[in-house]
Design a protein around this ligand. Structure first.
Ligand code: C2O
Length: 476
Protein backbone atom coordinates (compact mmCIF):
# COMPACT_ATOMS: atom_id res chain seq x y z
CA UNK A 1 0.00 0.00 0.00
CA UNK A 2 1.25 3.49 -0.81
CA UNK A 3 1.28 6.31 1.67
CA UNK A 4 -2.00 8.04 2.40
CA UNK A 5 -2.81 11.43 0.87
CA UNK A 6 -4.80 13.60 3.25
CA UNK A 7 -7.03 16.03 1.35
CA UNK A 8 -8.96 19.17 2.22
CA UNK A 9 -12.53 18.16 3.04
CA UNK A 10 -13.81 21.08 0.95
CA UNK A 11 -11.84 19.96 -2.08
CA UNK A 12 -13.25 16.41 -2.22
CA UNK A 13 -14.88 16.10 -5.63
CA UNK A 14 -18.62 15.66 -6.11
CA UNK A 15 -19.48 11.99 -5.59
CA UNK A 16 -16.30 11.28 -3.59
CA UNK A 17 -16.96 8.58 -0.97
CA UNK A 18 -14.32 9.47 1.67
CA UNK A 19 -16.92 10.76 4.14
CA UNK A 20 -19.49 8.07 3.32
CA UNK A 21 -16.92 5.43 4.28
CA UNK A 22 -15.89 7.43 7.35
CA UNK A 23 -19.52 7.37 8.55
CA UNK A 24 -19.86 3.63 7.88
CA UNK A 25 -16.69 2.96 9.86
CA UNK A 26 -17.95 5.05 12.80
CA UNK A 27 -21.19 3.06 12.83
CA UNK A 28 -19.15 -0.16 12.99
CA UNK A 29 -16.67 1.09 15.63
CA UNK A 30 -19.36 2.60 17.81
CA UNK A 31 -22.08 -0.02 17.68
CA UNK A 32 -20.27 -3.31 17.10
CA UNK A 33 -17.15 -3.11 19.26
CA UNK A 34 -17.02 -3.30 23.05
CA UNK A 35 -15.28 -0.40 24.77
CA UNK A 36 -12.58 -2.80 26.01
CA UNK A 37 -11.54 -3.22 22.34
CA UNK A 38 -8.69 -0.76 21.62
CA UNK A 39 -10.13 -0.18 18.15
CA UNK A 40 -13.61 0.82 19.38
CA UNK A 41 -14.81 4.39 18.90
CA UNK A 42 -15.16 5.00 22.63
CA UNK A 43 -11.79 3.48 23.55
CA UNK A 44 -10.05 5.69 20.99
CA UNK A 45 -11.80 8.79 22.37
CA UNK A 46 -10.84 7.81 25.92
CA UNK A 47 -7.17 7.58 24.87
CA UNK A 48 -7.44 11.36 24.56
CA UNK A 49 -9.35 12.05 27.75
CA UNK A 50 -11.22 10.03 30.29
CA UNK A 51 -14.69 11.10 31.21
CA UNK A 52 -15.15 10.76 34.98
CA UNK A 53 -18.60 9.23 34.48
CA UNK A 54 -17.29 6.43 32.34
CA UNK A 55 -16.36 2.96 33.63
CA UNK A 56 -12.72 2.02 33.04
CA UNK A 57 -11.98 -1.43 31.61
CA UNK A 58 -8.95 -3.02 33.31
CA UNK A 59 -6.99 -3.29 30.05
CA UNK A 60 -7.20 0.49 29.56
CA UNK A 61 -4.63 1.16 32.31
CA UNK A 62 -1.73 3.11 30.85
CA UNK A 63 -3.53 3.75 27.54
CA UNK A 64 -6.36 6.15 28.40
CA UNK A 65 -6.24 9.83 29.28
CA UNK A 66 -2.93 10.44 27.54
CA UNK A 67 -3.38 13.65 25.52
CA UNK A 68 -0.47 16.06 25.76
CA UNK A 69 -1.42 19.69 26.20
CA UNK A 70 0.39 22.90 27.18
CA UNK A 71 3.51 21.02 26.20
CA UNK A 72 6.11 20.66 23.47
CA UNK A 73 4.66 17.15 23.07
CA UNK A 74 1.30 18.57 21.95
CA UNK A 75 2.16 18.27 18.23
CA UNK A 76 4.04 14.93 18.20
CA UNK A 77 1.55 13.22 20.53
CA UNK A 78 -1.45 14.28 18.48
CA UNK A 79 0.37 13.29 15.27
CA UNK A 80 0.76 9.71 16.55
CA UNK A 81 -2.78 9.68 17.88
CA UNK A 82 -4.36 10.85 14.63
CA UNK A 83 -2.26 8.43 12.56
CA UNK A 84 -3.26 5.49 14.80
CA UNK A 85 -6.93 6.48 14.54
CA UNK A 86 -6.66 6.86 10.77
CA UNK A 87 -5.13 3.36 10.59
CA UNK A 88 -8.04 1.85 12.58
CA UNK A 89 -10.63 3.57 10.40
CA UNK A 90 -8.82 2.57 7.19
CA UNK A 91 -8.57 -1.07 8.30
CA UNK A 92 -12.26 -1.04 9.18
CA UNK A 93 -13.19 0.43 5.81
CA UNK A 94 -11.08 -2.16 4.01
CA UNK A 95 -12.78 -4.95 6.01
CA UNK A 96 -16.20 -3.51 5.15
CA UNK A 97 -15.30 -3.78 1.47
CA UNK A 98 -14.34 -0.14 0.95
CA UNK A 99 -11.29 1.43 -0.70
CA UNK A 100 -7.81 0.22 0.33
CA UNK A 101 -6.21 3.63 0.78
CA UNK A 102 -8.61 5.70 2.81
CA UNK A 103 -7.05 8.80 4.35
CA UNK A 104 -8.46 11.23 6.86
CA UNK A 105 -9.44 14.58 5.31
CA UNK A 106 -8.64 17.89 7.04
CA UNK A 107 -10.77 20.95 7.68
CA UNK A 108 -8.85 24.07 6.63
CA UNK A 109 -10.97 26.70 8.39
CA UNK A 110 -8.17 29.25 7.86
CA UNK A 111 -8.36 29.06 4.07
CA UNK A 112 -8.84 32.58 2.64
CA UNK A 113 -12.54 33.24 2.10
CA UNK A 114 -11.81 34.46 -1.42
CA UNK A 115 -10.66 30.92 -2.27
CA UNK A 116 -13.44 29.16 -0.34
CA UNK A 117 -16.32 31.26 1.04
CA UNK A 118 -17.49 28.24 3.11
CA UNK A 119 -14.11 27.50 4.71
CA UNK A 120 -15.19 28.55 8.21
CA UNK A 121 -18.47 26.60 8.17
CA UNK A 122 -18.67 23.06 9.54
CA UNK A 123 -18.42 20.82 6.45
CA UNK A 124 -22.02 20.07 5.33
CA UNK A 125 -21.82 16.27 5.79
CA UNK A 126 -21.25 16.80 9.55
CA UNK A 127 -24.16 19.16 10.21
CA UNK A 128 -27.43 17.26 10.34
CA UNK A 129 -28.55 14.77 12.94
CA UNK A 130 -30.37 12.64 10.36
CA UNK A 131 -29.67 11.72 6.77
CA UNK A 132 -32.31 12.51 4.11
CA UNK A 133 -33.71 8.95 4.49
CA UNK A 134 -34.27 9.48 8.23
CA UNK A 135 -31.40 7.27 9.44
CA UNK A 136 -28.79 8.60 11.90
CA UNK A 137 -25.89 10.62 10.49
CA UNK A 138 -22.80 9.22 12.21
CA UNK A 139 -20.82 12.36 11.39
CA UNK A 140 -23.14 14.50 13.49
CA UNK A 141 -22.37 15.06 17.17
CA UNK A 142 -23.22 16.97 20.30
CA UNK A 143 -22.19 20.60 19.58
CA UNK A 144 -23.43 24.12 20.19
CA UNK A 145 -26.71 24.52 18.35
CA UNK A 146 -25.98 26.92 15.50
CA UNK A 147 -27.68 27.34 12.13
CA UNK A 148 -25.96 26.32 8.87
CA UNK A 149 -22.74 25.05 10.42
CA UNK A 150 -21.80 28.59 11.46
CA UNK A 151 -19.87 28.33 14.75
CA UNK A 152 -18.67 31.94 14.43
CA UNK A 153 -15.10 31.06 13.44
CA UNK A 154 -14.09 34.68 12.94
CA UNK A 155 -10.55 36.03 12.43
CA UNK A 156 -9.83 35.85 16.16
CA UNK A 157 -10.40 32.07 15.98
CA UNK A 158 -8.74 31.04 12.71
CA UNK A 159 -5.82 33.44 12.22
CA UNK A 160 -2.40 31.88 11.66
CA UNK A 161 -0.14 34.28 13.55
CA UNK A 162 1.29 31.16 15.21
CA UNK A 163 3.13 30.30 11.99
CA UNK A 164 5.34 33.39 12.34
CA UNK A 165 6.92 32.13 15.58
CA UNK A 166 10.46 31.10 14.71
CA UNK A 167 11.10 29.14 17.87
CA UNK A 168 9.35 25.80 18.37
CA UNK A 169 9.76 26.05 22.12
CA UNK A 170 10.84 28.58 24.74
CA UNK A 171 11.53 27.82 28.38
CA UNK A 172 11.96 31.43 29.57
CA UNK A 173 9.53 32.38 32.34
CA UNK A 174 7.33 35.28 31.31
CA UNK A 175 7.83 34.91 27.54
CA UNK A 176 5.58 33.09 25.03
CA UNK A 177 6.46 29.39 24.83
CA UNK A 178 6.94 29.35 21.05
CA UNK A 179 5.11 27.71 18.17
CA UNK A 180 4.90 24.23 19.66
CA UNK A 181 4.73 24.74 23.44
CA UNK A 182 6.94 24.82 26.53
CA UNK A 183 9.43 22.08 27.50
CA UNK A 184 7.67 19.65 29.86
CA UNK A 185 7.70 16.01 30.86
CA UNK A 186 4.63 13.88 30.19
CA UNK A 187 1.95 16.56 30.52
CA UNK A 188 -1.76 15.86 30.11
CA UNK A 189 -2.56 19.49 30.86
CA UNK A 190 -1.47 22.55 32.82
CA UNK A 191 0.83 25.47 32.00
CA UNK A 192 1.28 27.63 28.94
CA UNK A 193 -0.10 26.78 25.49
CA UNK A 194 2.16 26.97 22.45
CA UNK A 195 1.01 29.50 19.84
CA UNK A 196 -0.63 26.98 17.49
CA UNK A 197 -2.30 25.16 20.36
CA UNK A 198 -3.81 28.40 21.60
CA UNK A 199 -5.03 29.68 18.20
CA UNK A 200 -6.61 28.19 16.17
CA UNK A 201 -6.59 24.87 18.08
CA UNK A 202 -8.16 25.80 21.44
CA UNK A 203 -10.45 28.44 19.97
CA UNK A 204 -11.99 26.03 17.45
CA UNK A 205 -12.67 23.48 20.21
CA UNK A 206 -14.44 26.04 22.36
CA UNK A 207 -16.52 27.57 19.57
CA UNK A 208 -17.83 24.17 18.47
CA UNK A 209 -18.62 23.28 22.08
CA UNK A 210 -20.53 20.20 23.22
CA UNK A 211 -18.20 17.19 23.21
CA UNK A 212 -15.49 19.26 21.49
CA UNK A 213 -15.47 21.80 24.33
CA UNK A 214 -13.76 19.46 26.83
CA UNK A 215 -10.67 17.24 26.32
CA UNK A 216 -12.49 14.47 28.24
CA UNK A 217 -15.07 14.12 25.43
CA UNK A 218 -13.61 15.97 22.42
CA UNK A 219 -12.50 12.93 20.43
CA UNK A 220 -16.03 11.45 20.50
CA UNK A 221 -16.97 14.02 17.85
CA UNK A 222 -16.03 12.89 14.30
CA UNK A 223 -15.01 16.49 13.44
CA UNK A 224 -12.28 16.32 16.12
CA UNK A 225 -10.18 14.20 13.75
CA UNK A 226 -10.51 16.61 10.80
CA UNK A 227 -9.61 19.49 13.13
CA UNK A 228 -6.49 17.68 14.37
CA UNK A 229 -5.56 16.60 10.87
CA UNK A 230 -5.48 20.31 10.01
CA UNK A 231 -3.45 21.21 13.11
CA UNK A 232 -0.98 18.50 12.10
CA UNK A 233 -0.83 19.95 8.57
CA UNK A 234 -0.13 23.39 10.04
CA UNK A 235 2.91 21.91 11.82
CA UNK A 236 4.15 20.84 8.37
CA UNK A 237 3.27 24.28 6.99
CA UNK A 238 5.28 25.96 9.76
CA UNK A 239 8.31 23.74 9.14
CA UNK A 240 8.15 24.25 5.37
CA UNK A 241 8.75 28.01 5.75
CA UNK A 242 12.51 27.52 5.78
CA UNK A 243 15.46 26.44 7.91
CA UNK A 244 14.67 29.05 10.56
CA UNK A 245 11.55 27.04 11.41
CA UNK A 246 13.08 23.92 12.90
CA UNK A 247 11.89 21.24 15.26
CA UNK A 248 13.81 20.90 18.54
CA UNK A 249 17.00 18.84 18.42
CA UNK A 250 16.99 18.42 22.20
CA UNK A 251 17.06 14.70 23.15
CA UNK A 252 14.64 15.54 25.98
CA UNK A 253 12.04 16.29 23.31
CA UNK A 254 13.11 13.69 20.78
CA UNK A 255 13.32 10.52 22.84
CA UNK A 256 12.92 11.06 26.60
CA UNK A 257 9.19 10.35 26.76
CA UNK A 258 7.41 7.59 24.88
CA UNK A 259 3.69 7.27 24.37
CA UNK A 260 1.65 4.04 24.24
CA UNK A 261 -1.06 3.54 21.60
CA UNK A 262 -2.69 0.84 19.44
CA UNK A 263 -2.25 0.60 15.69
CA UNK A 264 -4.74 -0.20 12.90
CA UNK A 265 -4.85 -3.87 13.86
CA UNK A 266 -5.32 -3.11 17.57
CA UNK A 267 -1.73 -4.04 18.41
CA UNK A 268 0.02 -2.01 21.10
CA UNK A 269 3.05 0.05 20.13
CA UNK A 270 4.74 3.15 21.45
CA UNK A 271 6.33 6.18 19.89
CA UNK A 272 8.50 9.18 20.74
CA UNK A 273 8.62 12.64 19.16
CA UNK A 274 11.62 11.44 17.11
CA UNK A 275 9.34 8.87 15.45
CA UNK A 276 6.94 11.65 14.39
CA UNK A 277 9.27 13.90 12.41
CA UNK A 278 8.76 12.40 8.96
CA UNK A 279 5.06 11.97 8.14
CA UNK A 280 5.84 9.49 5.37
CA UNK A 281 7.29 7.14 8.01
CA UNK A 282 4.51 7.39 10.61
CA UNK A 283 2.70 3.99 10.57
CA UNK A 284 1.71 3.55 6.90
CA UNK A 285 2.99 7.02 6.12
CA UNK A 286 0.99 9.98 4.88
CA UNK A 287 1.35 13.33 3.23
CA UNK A 288 -0.87 16.33 2.54
CA UNK A 289 -2.29 17.39 -0.80
CA UNK A 290 -1.36 20.98 0.01
CA UNK A 291 0.96 22.21 2.73
CA UNK A 292 1.70 25.87 1.99
CA UNK A 293 -0.62 28.22 3.79
CA UNK A 294 -1.72 31.48 2.23
CA UNK A 295 -0.91 34.22 4.69
CA UNK A 296 -3.17 36.76 3.02
CA UNK A 297 -4.57 39.15 5.61
CA UNK A 298 -2.97 37.17 8.41
CA UNK A 299 0.01 39.26 9.30
CA UNK A 300 1.53 38.92 12.74
CA UNK A 301 1.49 41.94 14.99
CA UNK A 302 4.73 40.94 16.71
CA UNK A 303 6.27 38.38 18.96
CA UNK A 304 7.61 35.68 16.71
CA UNK A 305 11.32 36.21 16.87
CA UNK A 306 13.85 33.73 18.22
CA UNK A 307 14.52 33.96 21.94
CA UNK A 308 17.13 36.63 22.52
CA UNK A 309 19.15 38.12 25.34
CA UNK A 310 18.55 37.89 29.07
CA UNK A 311 15.46 36.37 30.66
CA UNK A 312 12.36 38.55 30.73
CA UNK A 313 12.15 40.83 33.75
CA UNK A 314 9.07 41.08 35.93
CA UNK A 315 7.88 44.71 36.06
CA UNK A 316 4.41 44.46 37.53
CA UNK A 317 1.99 42.09 39.23
CA UNK A 318 -1.45 41.65 40.64
CA UNK A 319 -1.52 38.71 43.00
CA UNK A 320 -5.07 38.27 44.33
CA UNK A 321 -7.21 35.67 42.49
CA UNK A 322 -9.56 37.38 40.06
CA UNK A 323 -12.85 35.58 39.32
CA UNK A 324 -14.02 36.27 35.76
CA UNK A 325 -17.75 36.80 35.41
CA UNK A 326 -20.19 37.34 32.60
CA UNK A 327 -19.65 40.58 30.70
CA UNK A 328 -16.55 42.56 31.66
CA UNK A 329 -14.16 42.06 34.59
CA UNK A 330 -11.49 44.65 35.36
CA UNK A 331 -8.23 44.47 37.31
CA UNK A 332 -5.43 46.91 38.07
CA UNK A 333 -1.85 45.74 37.76
CA UNK A 334 0.70 47.81 39.66
CA UNK A 335 3.89 48.56 37.73
CA UNK A 336 7.22 48.99 39.48
CA UNK A 337 8.60 52.17 37.92
CA UNK A 338 12.26 51.81 39.08
CA UNK A 339 12.49 48.38 37.57
CA UNK A 340 10.66 49.47 34.47
CA UNK A 341 12.93 52.47 34.04
CA UNK A 342 16.04 50.30 34.35
CA UNK A 343 14.62 47.87 31.84
CA UNK A 344 13.79 50.59 29.44
CA UNK A 345 17.22 52.20 29.64
CA UNK A 346 18.85 48.85 29.03
CA UNK A 347 16.41 48.17 26.26
CA UNK A 348 17.36 51.37 24.45
CA UNK A 349 20.64 49.72 23.52
CA UNK A 350 18.89 46.59 22.24
CA UNK A 351 17.09 46.33 18.90
CA UNK A 352 13.70 45.64 20.46
CA UNK A 353 11.93 45.64 23.76
CA UNK A 354 9.14 43.18 24.09
CA UNK A 355 6.35 43.42 26.61
CA UNK A 356 4.42 40.35 27.74
CA UNK A 357 1.20 40.15 29.68
CA UNK A 358 1.04 36.88 31.67
CA UNK A 359 -2.24 35.45 32.92
CA UNK A 360 -1.10 32.79 35.37
CA UNK A 361 -2.68 29.95 37.33
CA UNK A 362 -5.99 30.23 35.53
CA UNK A 363 -8.15 27.65 37.31
CA UNK A 364 -11.80 26.67 37.30
CA UNK A 365 -14.42 24.10 36.47
CA UNK A 366 -16.69 23.32 33.54
CA UNK A 367 -16.28 24.95 30.12
CA UNK A 368 -16.60 28.71 30.68
CA UNK A 369 -15.52 29.73 27.15
CA UNK A 370 -12.88 32.24 26.08
CA UNK A 371 -12.24 35.83 27.13
CA UNK A 372 -11.06 38.77 25.04
CA UNK A 373 -8.33 40.62 26.97
CA UNK A 374 -7.84 44.41 26.83
CA UNK A 375 -5.26 46.72 28.37
CA UNK A 376 -5.41 50.38 29.14
CA UNK A 377 -3.68 53.02 31.22
CA UNK A 378 -6.24 54.21 33.76
CA UNK A 379 -5.02 57.79 33.24
CA UNK A 380 -5.51 57.57 29.49
CA UNK A 381 -8.55 58.85 27.63
CA UNK A 382 -8.14 56.40 24.76
CA UNK A 383 -10.37 53.29 24.56
CA UNK A 384 -8.71 50.08 25.88
CA UNK A 385 -6.58 48.19 23.33
CA UNK A 386 -7.04 44.51 22.57
CA UNK A 387 -4.21 42.37 23.93
CA UNK A 388 -5.42 38.96 22.76
CA UNK A 389 -7.56 36.10 23.97
CA UNK A 390 -7.50 33.95 27.10
CA UNK A 391 -8.40 30.42 25.94
CA UNK A 392 -9.81 27.96 28.47
CA UNK A 393 -9.94 24.63 26.59
CA UNK A 394 -8.64 22.04 29.08
CA UNK A 395 -9.25 24.31 32.08
CA UNK A 396 -10.79 21.64 34.27
CA UNK A 397 -8.08 19.04 33.81
CA UNK A 398 -5.37 21.65 34.35
CA UNK A 399 -7.09 22.77 37.57
CA UNK A 400 -7.68 19.40 39.20
CA UNK A 401 -5.10 18.77 41.95
CA UNK A 402 -6.06 15.06 41.95
CA UNK A 403 -4.64 14.63 38.46
CA UNK A 404 -0.96 14.07 37.79
CA UNK A 405 0.54 17.49 36.94
CA UNK A 406 -2.86 19.14 37.53
CA UNK A 407 -3.73 21.88 39.96
CA UNK A 408 -1.71 24.87 38.82
CA UNK A 409 -4.08 25.69 36.00
CA UNK A 410 -3.43 27.26 32.63
CA UNK A 411 -1.13 30.12 31.75
CA UNK A 412 -1.61 32.47 28.81
CA UNK A 413 1.23 34.72 27.70
CA UNK A 414 0.18 37.58 25.42
CA UNK A 415 2.76 39.59 23.53
CA UNK A 416 1.53 43.17 23.96
CA UNK A 417 4.60 44.88 22.47
CA UNK A 418 2.71 46.74 19.71
CA UNK A 419 0.07 48.12 22.04
CA UNK A 420 2.55 48.79 24.84
CA UNK A 421 4.23 51.30 22.55
CA UNK A 422 0.91 52.93 21.77
CA UNK A 423 0.20 53.14 25.50
CA UNK A 424 3.72 54.50 26.12
CA UNK A 425 4.02 51.74 28.69
CA UNK A 426 7.78 51.41 28.24
CA UNK A 427 8.38 55.06 29.15
CA UNK A 428 8.07 54.07 32.81
CA UNK A 429 5.72 56.91 33.61
CA UNK A 430 2.70 54.69 34.17
CA UNK A 431 2.14 53.51 37.76
CA UNK A 432 -0.43 50.93 36.78
CA UNK A 433 -2.17 49.15 33.98
CA UNK A 434 -5.82 48.22 33.71
CA UNK A 435 -6.50 44.76 32.32
CA UNK A 436 -10.05 43.82 31.41
CA UNK A 437 -11.57 40.50 30.40
CA UNK A 438 -14.67 40.35 28.24
CA UNK A 439 -16.48 37.03 28.22
CA UNK A 440 -17.27 35.72 24.74
CA UNK A 441 -20.88 34.68 24.70
CA UNK A 442 -21.66 31.22 23.41
CA UNK A 443 -24.88 31.80 21.47
CA UNK A 444 -26.51 28.45 22.04
CA UNK A 445 -25.77 25.61 24.43
CA UNK A 446 -25.11 22.14 23.06
CA UNK A 447 -28.16 19.93 22.62
CA UNK A 448 -28.71 16.35 21.49
CA UNK A 449 -26.47 13.30 21.63
CA UNK A 450 -25.61 10.68 19.04
CA UNK A 451 -27.02 7.21 19.75
CA UNK A 452 -24.59 5.15 21.83
CA UNK A 453 -22.97 8.15 23.53
CA UNK A 454 -25.77 9.18 25.89
CA UNK A 455 -23.78 8.40 29.03
CA UNK A 456 -21.23 11.10 28.10
CA UNK A 457 -23.77 13.86 27.63
CA UNK A 458 -25.86 13.04 30.66
CA UNK A 459 -22.92 13.15 33.02
CA UNK A 460 -23.31 16.04 35.39
CA UNK A 461 -21.82 19.19 33.92
CA UNK A 462 -19.98 21.26 36.44
CA UNK A 463 -20.76 24.93 36.97
CA UNK A 464 -18.61 27.09 34.62
CA UNK A 465 -16.24 29.00 36.87
CA UNK A 466 -12.86 30.54 36.14
CA UNK A 467 -10.38 32.72 37.98
CA UNK A 468 -7.01 34.19 37.09
CA UNK A 469 -4.53 33.56 39.92
CA UNK A 470 -2.00 36.21 39.02
CA UNK A 471 -1.55 38.83 36.32
CA UNK A 472 1.97 39.98 35.58
CA UNK A 473 3.86 42.12 33.10
CA UNK A 474 7.34 41.28 31.83
CA UNK A 475 9.84 43.26 29.75
CA UNK A 476 12.38 41.51 27.59
CU1 C2O B 1 -5.79 16.95 22.72
CU2 C2O B 1 -7.69 19.25 20.20
O1 C2O B 1 -7.01 18.21 21.69
Amino acid sequence: MGIRIRRSVYSLPEGDETLVWYARAIDELLRNRPISDPTSWIWMACVHGQHPAFPTPPNSAGFWDQCQHQSWYFLPWHRGYVAAFEAVVATTIRDLGGPEEWALPYWNYSEPLAANPDARLMPPAFRDELLPDGSPNFLWSRRNAVPDGDFALDDTVVHLDALTFQNFTNAAIGAPSGFGGPPTGFNPGGGDNGALESIPHNRVHTRIGGFMGDPATAALDPIFWLHHCNIDRLWEAWRSQGPAFANPDDPAWLTAVSFPMHDGEGTAFSFTAADMLDTTAVLHGYTYDDVPVAQEGLVMAGGGGPPAGPAPELVGTRDAPLPLGEGKTRARVELHPEQARRSFTEALAAPATRVYLNLENVVGTGTPGDFAVYVDLPSDDQPPLKAGVLTTFGLERASDPERPHGGNGLTQVLDITPIAARLRLTEATAPELEVSFVHEEIPSEAVGTPPGLEQFAHAEQREPRVEVGRISVYFE
